[in-house]
Design a protein around this ligand. Structure first.
Ligand code: AMP
Ligand code: ZN
Length: 476
């Protein structure tokens, strides 16, 4: 597989550090709000990368953090008269619900910044000992010029950056960071302000800087050198540049071998120009909002309709077109399932032999597209051609071949996180009725019937939980 590496600006053959194993770190959201569909793009894209690597036989250690201490969380908490952890816990749960709806699998580990503070303090200590950091009145800064390769990821020249910072000198004063030795230095640890969450440290009560969190969590859950580090392209500078500086200065080893960055999800402004969807511009649509109108599968399919590095424009018309495209795939899958119900043996095996050959060709072309820097747009085109082919020949081949069509279609779409097995619509009222029947069966000690009902519902995607407050159910 080839991956475009932001560090080298080239597509490179992917070779993991340990054969057969891959460690991926993806910067996760700051949790103070429901996530918008722009935030969902890296989640869907890199979940697809993980699925594809697993499909190729790799064992993937996928780590994605929640930034649960941050100015924006504190601000939101103050506005709502709540403590910061109430806000962050709430939005972590909401984010997980959105991820589940979009069929984004939970990470191997989802570390939270607030649970890793001792390791962060340790890294800051090491940086100070090595002369890469210094403390001024409770704030610890990274001495950027002490890390010679600074700028290597964003391909920025340190002297140009310095000049830019001098022009912004008044801004620095306003943010209270005028005690830095150099305008380029950035914060590793900041002192507590009244009403803010804080932790004890050798430099007084305070909290970590954002960049430091990812350096520490990736090291702890993957290792000193990680295979793939990913996130949206807005994170290249300064966030990822600073992560590299901290980690490489502290650990003395290469931080990440491949850097992958997704392009922006954009939305039209009032002049019909597309711009980045962002919380600060206020032009965002939450995943929750969109998924109340469209099947979350359609949203996922839409996200993968472009190669991840290209900008992707969001509009109801484009989502509608994704909906129709996905429906074509699902209809073909329905047809195959119907055909599998009526067994047929072919006296003329020619059609079957050809079909098997064709399946291999489609799979090879799908793999080639995905191997080319995860080109999901081309991979989806191959799936369409496959579906077209299925529709042309599926009546002529044996049930065995129909089954193979289905299995292959299922594997290829599943690698994209798309489910072709339509879930039967079960009405809430039917579920309630069955739960009542199950309660009655249990009361009559007819546990066999009670278990039957529970298993039947589970098959239809409904999970029951017996709690002290009664039976609770949820759709899987
Ligand atoms: P944030 O919560 O703003 O730190 O963002 C979490 C993740 O979403 C980061 O990887 C961002 O780069 C990414 N992201 C934010 N907005 C967009 C967007 N409009 N398009 C694509 N990715 C985005
Ligand atoms: Zn990060």
């Amino acid at each position: 597989m080839k991956i475009y590496n932001t560090l080298t600006r080239k597509k490179e053959k992917f070779v993991p550090i340990n054969p057969g194993k891959v460690g991926i770190y993806v910067c996760g959201p700051t949790v103070y709000n429901l996530i918008h569909i722009g935030n969902a793009r890296p989640m869907i894209v890199f979940d697809t990368l993980r699925r594809y690597l697993e499909y190729k036989g790799f064992e993937v250690n996928y780590v994605s953090n929640f930034t649960d201490v941050d100015d924006k969380i504190i601000k939101r908490a103050n506005e709502e008269n709540k403590i910061a952890s109430f806000i962050s816990e709430k939005y972590i749960e909401e984010c997980k619900k959105d991820m589940e709806a979009l069929n984004v699998r939970p990470a191997t580990t989802h570390p939270k910044a607030t649970e890793e503070i001792p390791d962060m303090i340790e890294m800051v200590k090491v940086l100070i000992e090595k002369g890469h950091a210094y403390e001024k009145n409770g704030t610890v800064y990274f001495r950027t010029r002490s890390f010679a390769p600074y700028g290597k990821l964003s391909h920025k020249n340190i002297d140009e950056l310095e000049a830019g910072h001098r022009d912004d000198a008044h801004v620095l004063k306003v943010t209270g960071e005028d005690e830095k030795e150099d305008g380029l230095d950035f914060v590793l640890w900041k002192p507590k302000k009244e009403g803010e969450p804080s932790w004890p440290s050798p430099w007084g009560e305070g909290r970590p800087g954002w960049h430091l969190e990812c350096s520490v969590m990736s090291k702890k859950y993957i290792g000193g050198t990680i295979d793939i580090h990913a996130g949206g392209e807005d994170l290249i500078f300064p966030h990822h540049e600073n992560e590299i500086a901290q980690s490489e200065a502290a650990n003395g080893t290469l931080f990440a071998r491949y850097w992958m960055h997704n392009g922006f999800l954009r939305i039209a402004n009032e002049n019909d120009e597309f711009e980045k969807m962002s919380k600060s511009l206020g032009n965002f649509k939450t995943v929750r909002e969109i998924c109340s109108v469209y099947d979350p599968q359609v949203v996922r399919f839409f996200m993968l309709s472009a190669q991840y590095r290209s900008p992707l424009n969001f509009s109801p018309k484009l989502i509608e077109s994704s909906k129709n495209s996905l429906e074509r795939i699902l209809t073909a899958a329905d047809r195959l399932r119907d055909l599998m119900q009526s067994p047929k043996v072919n006296d003329e095996p020619e059609a079957d032999i050809n079909a098997i050959k064709k399946i291999d060709e489609f799979v090879d072309r799908y793999n080639a597209a995905m191997d080319d820097d995860l080109n999901t747009a081309d991979a989806i085109s191959v799936i369409f051609e496959f579906v077209k082919y299925i529709n042309t020949v599926c009546e002529e081949v044996s049930t065995d071949t129909v089954g193979k069509f289905y299995d292959v279609l299922n594997v290829l779409t599943d690698t994209l996180g798309i489910i072709i097995d339509r879930k039967e619509d079960v009405l809430d009222s039917d579920i309630e009725k069955l739960i009542e029947e199950r309660q009655l069966a249990r009361k009559n000690k007819d546990f066999k019937r009670a278990d039957e009902i529970r298993d039947d519902l589970l098959k239809r995607g409904i999970e029951l939980k017996d709690t002290r407050e009664g039976v609770k159910w949820k759709r899987l």
